[in-house]
Design a protein around this ligand. Structure first.
Ligand code: NAP
Length: 298
């Protein structure tokens, strides 16, 4: 049976480190880092995610403010709100919860966020620095680097590499296969793993013979959004399997991996819930601390 990678425990440890950094800074007279979240519409899952992000901020001593807008808000109103947050010196980082309701242009909103406050790493500047290898593993892992980081890295991929590194999984030279190429998960994770000297294959809905490609993987990451799609006979014995998927089904929350069967073949595996999800929240806190240090140093 596979070793279970305990994302809850690894995230709790990171959150503890974040809280210690915030406590030390505020004891030294600095103001606490501040996160602003924006949620548009009434998607129940998004409400749950945002509420847990605010709880985690409070526990770590991070200030957080929340803005909720109705699904019929205009593009102009949403842009105006985000512009205001970007200009607010009390706000170190901004998270616009995705997906936005139909009819709103997400790229036209994200462009209003300064890269320094882009806690999701979604602006062209941050994504470009990562794609060019100018930021990478070090920036994803170090909480208090000697110099403020050049850019911020998307929380979920950063959380995935933290899980791999903390679990002692060798990245250098490993065959890594990522299923999914979204800007939020698959693409930035491919850049991170490439920067860590893995040999990376990124798969998507048009990939041919997907099970055969997955079977090459020493590290397989599923970030698809299809319940239990990845089957046991896609897995190389002993491989590490990271399940990013979060699918709400009649049987509750399930990942993209057929967990029970795959755990019998894999060497290590993340559960859902309790794997990548908690890491995303912990990384959001870590990125807010990094963003506030970078802004304070200006
Ligand atoms: P997304 O933007 O919908 O992207 C899904 C990707 O999967 C796309 O690249 C798509 O290919 C690919 N895909 C879809 N069906 C496929 C198939 N049958 N075979 C191969 N590839 C297929 O989703 P996302 O935002 O990356 O999220 C992916 C999953 O992770 C979702 O379940 C989401 O809820 C979850 N998630 C979890 C966390 C967390 O904290 N745990 C954070 C973010 C997302 P094309 O590009 O060709 O369409």
């Amino acid at each position: 049976m596979a070793e279970i990678i305990d994302g809850k425990a690894i995230a709790a440890e990171l959150r503890g480190r974040v809280a210690a950094v915030v406590a030390a800074r505020t004891a030294g007279g600095e103001r606490a880092p501040g996160l602003a979240t924006v949620l548009v519409g009434d998607d129940p899952a998004s409400h749950v995610y945002v509420a847990s992000k605010h709880r985690a901020c409070a526990e770590a001593g991070i200030r957080s403010v929340h803005h909720e807008l109705a699904a019929d808000v205009t593009q102009g109103e949403l842009v105006e709100l985000v512009r205001g947050l970007d200009a607010d010196p009390e706000v170190d980082s901004i998270l616009v919860q995705l997906p936005l309701p139909a009819g709103l242009d997400r790229d036209a909103v994200l462009v209003e966020i300064s890269p320094a406050k882009d806690v999701d790493g979604l602006t062209a500047a941050n994504a470009g620095l990562l794609a060019q290898g100018r930021i990478g593993l070090a920036e994803a892992l170090e909480l208090e680097p000697e110099r403020p980081p050049l850019g911020l890295i998307a929380c979920t991929p950063a959380g995935v590499v933290e899980l791999l590194v903390r679990s002692g999984i060798e990245l250098e030279g490993a065959e890594a296969v990522i299923v999914g190429r979204s800007n939020l998960v698959g693409r930035p994770l491919a850049s991170l793993l490439l920067g860590a000297n893995a040999t990376v294959t990124t798969c998507h809905s048009r990939t041919r013979a997907l099970p055969n490609v997955c079977a090459r993987a020493d590290i397989l990451v599923a970030a698809v959004g299809q319940p239990q799609m990845v089957k046991a006979d896609w897995i190389k014995r002993g491989a590490t399997v990271i399940d990013v998927g979060m699918n709400r089904t009649d049987d509750g929350l399930v990942g993209d991996v057929d967990y029970g069967a795959v755990a019998a073949v894999a060497g290590a595996i993340t559960p859902v819930p309790g794997g990548v999800g908690p890491m995303t929240i912990a990384m959001l806190l870590a990125n807010t601390v990094r963003a506030s240090a970078a802004l304070a140093s200006r």
